[in-house]
Design a protein around this ligand. Sequence first.
Ligand code: HPA
Ligand code: ZN
Length: 326
Amino acid sequence: GESVIELFQLPKAELHLHIEGTLEPGLAFELAHRNRVTLPFGSVEDLASRYRFENLRGFLDLYYTTMAVLRTEDDFADLARAYLGRAKAQGVRHAEVFFDLQAHLRRGVPAEAVVDGLSAALAEAEHDAGITGGLILCFLRDLPVADADAALTAAMPRVDRLLGVGLDSAELGHPPGPFAPVFRRAREAGLRAVAHAGEEAPAAYIQEALDTLGVERVDHGIRAVDDPRLIERLVTGRVPLTVCPLSNVRLKTVGSLREHPLPELMDLGVVVTVNSDDPAYFGGYVADNFLALSREAGLTLRAAERLARNSIAASFVTPGRAASLI
Ligand code: HPA
Ligand code: ZN
């Protein structure tokens, strides 16, 4: 109906999107063929049938396996082009895009190929569709800190093409604190900072990310609902959360959208945003997340408008650009 169209057309910023998580099965097989990489799946249908996960680790295993088809600058440009085309149809006017550089460096792909390919697609989207964007290099928290440090060094020749740094991959048992020196170095190089925290690990990881990494936003952050003092800190400091509802259900960190803490976080006064995380794997892009919330969790159009406005306010665009997005 009409409200579906409105949800899709609401101008949005997407702030929690892993570009490797936009790799649809069809493109994965196309790139495998182009690069003569053998995927351990028989067909597009076989790969698509594996998109059922018990937890974050189970998803990450498939995600890191499938991204092995990404080898060249053109592959990264094609991947980001495909995402930006879909994002436009979902009302995305600005996209701050995560990439997992360490996962590509370890396959021998140079940092320049990754960054230049992604940047080329972002520049095209701005020229052709008026969509702005930026790149956020995420460190893999389940690898040693020295590996993150080496990835930042590898990216330094392209630091002018980067917007920020983040922290992702398997969270439980990998708290943020040890990454403080790498984040400090990134911030000294002029980069913004965000981190995944409180997705599958408790609220204490969110507190620690704020205390040690200097992050300006928290990715996921849903476990903040368990800690009233942390909620107060997020509200007072206007620290946004980049929440990913369909991801949380697919990775079983939340039982269903009806039980999702997003409405409670909004009611408590937290600056909440809605994002798609890894849309090729989790059953929907960003407007699909809005639609699922409206159908299954009673999200009103007014609340959806607020979430979309929050996303622009929580983005790293200049105030002038933000005004033009609303
Ligand atoms: N959580 C942590 N790491 C990730 C995710 C996620 O949802 N997606 C891709 N890497
Ligand atoms: Zn994520």
